[in-house]
Every structure is written in structure tokens, then in C-alpha cells.
Write a protein that binds this ligand. Structure first.
Ligand SMILES: CC(C)(COP(=O)(O)OP(=O)(O)OC[C@H]1O[C@@H](n2cnc3c(N)ncnc32)[C@H](O)[C@@H]1OP(=O)(O)O)[C@@H](O)C(=O)NCCC(=O)NCCS
Length: 135
């Protein structure tokens, strides 16, 4: 399988939209972090470039793809990167990549843990789809 150049480090030259540490309360009984905790941050992260772009409210219409590539553990520092990959008339798709920085015996490692694409729809006051303004 082809490997991603950024698979084992934070993407150079990009700013994460969210950074948050995983805490003991976020753990599942299997000892890794609950997938729903990560999904929630992915949804929030994806909405940020969408909100910036449409200059108004957006709602999540679909999760087009979602992959938990590697587990997240207590103490990991999660960084979510999000960028718009396509635009329609009222909707846009955002790719979100999540990396975990992990300290173990004094050594810091970094791994890509999650990758997802979500669709957000711009809505108006009537909560119906609203045309995305020109850039
Ligand atoms: C978002 C919502 C207003 C859209 O209403 P709708 O009747 O589906 O609107 P439309 O059929 O006109 O579709 C709107 C856009 O979504 C896209 N869309 C619809 N279904 C989709 C799907 N399953 N996957 C991806 N995009 C989809 C359409 O292609 C269209 O985009 P475009 O204008 O860029 O071509 C409505 O579905 C809704 O309120 N959903 C609940 C949202 C929500 O509560 N999210 C969770 C909390 S934020």
C-alpha cells in the first residue's frame, strides 16, 4: 500500500484548527480513546474552514468517509487539520486529518490517526440551504 509522506509527522507549513489533549475520561473500556470523542472534534474542525468560507452558519449534511487509521491513547496531543477540497452551490466538502503526538520514555512520536471527509451545507435564517457567496 502507498504511504503518505505526512504519515508520521505533522504536516509542514499548515496550521491545525484544533489541538486538544486526550484525557482519562475520554477512554473506552479497551484502553484507547473513544471513537465518538475523535468524531466530535473532526466535525468541529471541519466546520471551521466551512464557516470561514460561507461567512454564515453551516450544518453537517454528511460524513462521506471516516477512517480510524491508528488508536489514540490518554496523554496524546491531538492536532486536527482541515481544508476545503470541493465546493458546490450550497455545500462544500472538507477533508480533516488528525495527528497524535505521543510522549513515551522521553521520546516524542507523531502518527496520523484519523482521516475523514465531511459535507457541510450553508443555511439561511429559514434553515434551508443557502448559496455559497462568491470567494
Ligand atoms: C442541510 C439541510 C438543510 C439540507 O436540506 P436538503 O433538503 O437535503 O437540501 P438539498 O437537497 O438542496 O441539498 C443541499 C446540498 O447538500 C448536498 N447533499 C444532499 N445530500 C447529500 C449527501 N447525502 N451527501 C453529500 N451532499 C449532499 C446537495 O448536493 C446540495 O449541495 P449543492 O447545492 O452544493 O449541490 C437538511 O438536510 C438538514 O437540515 N439536515 C440536518 C443537518 C443537521 O442537523 N446536522 C447535524 C448537526 S450540525
Amino acid at each position: 500500500m502507498a504511504t503518505d509522506d505526512n504519515e508520521n509527522c505533522l504536516p509542514a507549513g499548515k496550521m491545525p484548527v484544533i489541538r486538544v489533549p486526550a484525557r482519562p475520561a475520554d477512554q473506552n473500556p479497551g484502553g484507547s480513546i473513544f471513537g465518538g470523542w475523535i468524531m466530535s472534534y473532526v466535525d468541529i474542525a471541519g466546520s471551521i474552514p466551512a464557516l470561514d468560507r460561507v461567512r454564515g452558519p453551516v450544518v453537517t449534511r454528511a460524513v462521506d468517509s471516516f477512517e480510524f487509521k491508528k488508536p489514540v491513547f490518554v496523554g496524546d496531543l491531538i492536532s486536527c487539520y482541515a481544508e476545503i477540497v470541493s465546493e458546490g452551490r450550497t455545500s462544500l466538502k472538507v477533508k480533516v486529518e488528525v495527528y497524535a503526538e505521543r510522549m513515551k520514555k522521553g521520546d516524542m512520536s507523531c502518527v496520523k490517526v484519523t482521516e475523514a471527509t465531511l459535507t457541510y451545507v450553508a443555511i439561511g435564517d429559514d434553515r434551508r440551504p443557502r448559496e455559497i457567496p462568491s470567494a
